[in-house]
Design a protein around this ligand. Structure first.
Ligand SMILES: [Zn+2]
Ligand SMILES: [Zn+2]
Ligand SMILES: [Zn+2]
Length: 140
């Protein structure tokens, strides 16, 4: 297994039509390697993308499961890459600096156990977030 996915391959593996824009956006997401919001993504993409376009691309990616929504912080939605290198994991959100940290992956079986609480509902995604004060803010 390579240590990072190639945007081009990830698109074709997921039967997404390959366009220059999609490939650019996905490459940046792979490089970022952490949760991001649309504004952050836009700034690393440079001026050629408007927010609406980026959202449209992200929607397409999340439908195919290439990105997942991590959480929303003060109404800002955060996404991250979802691929073999990035299995589902909990996140830690600092209430002070609003950083989002990726925590270690949880056992898939463990997360399925949690699913039993959903009872008759049908589960399409799992997100687990912890909130508190991060190590950076705590030491001050
Ligand atoms: Zn990957
Ligand atoms: Zn913090
Ligand atoms: Zn994460």
């Amino acid at each position: 297994m390579k240590d990072k996915c190639q945007a081009h391959n990830l698109l074709s593996e997921n039967q997404l039509k390959i366009t220059k824009q999609r490939e650019d956006v996905l490459s940046r997401i792979i490089e970022l390697d952490k949760p991001f919001n649309v504004n952050e993504l836009r700034s690393v993409l440079g001026g050629n993308f408007d927010i609406v376009t980026i959202y449209r691309i992200l929607e397409a990616f999340s439908r195919k499961g290439i990105v997942r929504e991590v959480s929303s912080l003060n109404g800002v939605r955060y996404f991250e890459l979802s691929c073999v290198h990035h299995p589902i994991h909990p996140h830690f959100i600092c209430e002070h600096c609003h950083s989002i940290y990726c925590l270690g992956a949880i056992d898939y079986k463990d997360s399925l156990k949690l699913g039993k609480y959903a009872d008759t509902h049908s589960i399409s995604g799992i997100s687990i977030n912890f909130t508190g004060i991060c190590g950076q803010c705590g030491v001050k």
